[in-house]
Design a protein around this ligand. Structure first.
Ligand code: ZN
Length: 302
C-alpha cells in the first residue's frame, strides 16, 4: 500500500473524536492574534441552569452571545479577561460547571482566558471545579491571581472575593505584597490592574463594605508607581470612565444583567497603543445608544 494512503496521526485522532473540540482553523490561526487586543468581560453571573434569569435576563444566553462574538473576532485578541462574578449567587459547583461549558468556545478558538473572582464567587469551589481554567502558577495561597505580559502593557488580574462579605470585597495584605513585588519587577511597561470591586476609601475594615474594604492600603500601591496607568473593575454593572491621581478608572459593563434597565450590557474591546488604550463597547443589544461607544485613553506621565 502506498504510504500516502495511510491515515495521518491527525486524521486518526479526528476520527477518534480526540480533536473534535479543536478545529483545524483554530490551530492554524494561533499566529494571527493581535498581540495588543484584549477582550474585557465582567459579571456574567452564570446560574445553575441555562434557564436561570435575573432582572428578566437569561444570563447563559447572554454569555453565550458574547463568547460567540469573542471567539470569532478577527484578528483574534491576545486574551480575554473575565473580571469576577462568574457565578450568579454563591459560586456553587453547578454554576461553575455551566460557566466552564459556556466559555469553552473562546478557549477552543485559541484565545487564552484569564479569570478574576468577585463577591458572588467562592474561591474553594472555583478552585475545585475550574482547576483547568486556573494558571499553573499560583503565587498567592487561596487567591486567584495572574500577570499577563503583553508587548505594550502588563495586566494584573486580582481576586477581591471576601468569604466574610457577600457584597463587598477585600484584597488582603498577602495579595497586596505580591502585587507590589510583581509591579516592581515590571517597571518598564505600563501596568493595568484588574479587580472585581471598585475603590471605596471610606470602607470600614470590617463589616458591609460595597467596594474594596482595604482601598486605603491598595490605592497607594498603584498611585505611587508611575508605570501603573489604569484600574479596571466591574461589580456596579455600569459602563463608566473616570480618573483618579492620573490613573484611568475603567468600569466594565456587566454581561449577566444591568441593575438599571437603561444601562448597557456587554463587553469592552481593548486595543493597547504606544501611549494608552483604545476602548470600544460591544453591547448585547446592538440598538443600545452605548453600543460602539469609543474612548481613547492616554497614559499619565512616568
Ligand atoms: Zn455582578
Amino acid at each position: 500500500m502506498p504510504i500516502s494512503l495511510l491515515p495521518t496521526r491527525r486524521t486518526a485522532l479526528v476520527s477518534a473524536g480526540v480533536l473534535a473540540l479543536r478545529p483545524t482553523f483554530a490551530l492554524a490561526a494561533e499566529s494571527d492574534a493581535d498581540p495588543h487586543r484584549v477582550a474585557l468581560l465582567s459579571d456574567p453571573h452564570i446560574g445553575e441552569t441555562t434557564e436561570a434569569k435575573d432582572k428578566d435576563c437569561n444570563m447563559a444566553d447572554r454569555l453565550k452571545a458574547v463568547v460567540a462574538e469573542v471567539a470569532k473576532l478577527t484578528p483574534r485578541p491576545a486574551c480575554a479577561v473575565v473580571n469576577g462574578d462568574l457565578a450568579h449567587k454563591t459560586g456553587t459547583a453547578a454554576e461553575y460547571k455551566l460557566f466552564a461549558a459556556l466559555v469553552e468556545p473562546v478557549r477552543a478558538a485559541g484565545v487564552p482566558l484569564h479569570l478574576g473572582l468577585g463577591n458572588h464567587d467562592n474561591f474553594t469551589r472555583f478552585a475545585e471545579g475550574l482547576e483547568k481554567l486556573r494558571p499553573k502558577d499560583k503565587p498567592v495561597e487561596g487567591k486567584q491571581v495572574t500577570v499577563i505580559e503583553m508587548p505594550r502593557a502588563n495586566l494584573f488580574v486580582l481576586d477581591s472575593f471576601d468569604p466574610k462579605n457577600a457584597v463587598g470585597g477585600i484584597l488582603g495584605a498577602t495579595q497586596l505584597k505580591w502585587l507590589a513585588a510583581e509591579l516592581d519587577a515590571r517597571k518598564t511597561k505600563p501596568a493595568v490592574v484588574c479587580v472585581h470591586h471598585p475603590l471605596q476609601f471610606d470602607a470600614p475594615k470590617s463589616g458591609r463594605a460595597n467596594g474594596i474594604a482595604d482601598t486605603t492600603d491598595f490605592w497607594p500601591v498603584l498611585k505611587d508607581r508611575a508605570w501603573v496607568k489604569a484600574f479596571v473593575f466591574g461589580h456596579t454593572h455600569t459602563w463608566r470612565l473616570a480618573e483618579r491621581d492620573g490613573i484611568h478608572l475603567i468600569n466594565l459593563p456587566a454581561i449577566g444583567y444591568p441593575f438599571a434597565k437603561t444601562e448597557v450590557s456587554g463587553w469592552v474591546d481593548a486595543h493597547f497603543t504606544e501611549k494608552g488604550v483604545k476602548l470600544e463597547v460591544r453591547a448585547l443589544d446592538p440598538k443600545h445608544a452605548k453600543h460602539g461607544d469609543k474612548a481613547e485613553l492616554t497614559w499619565r506621565k512616568g
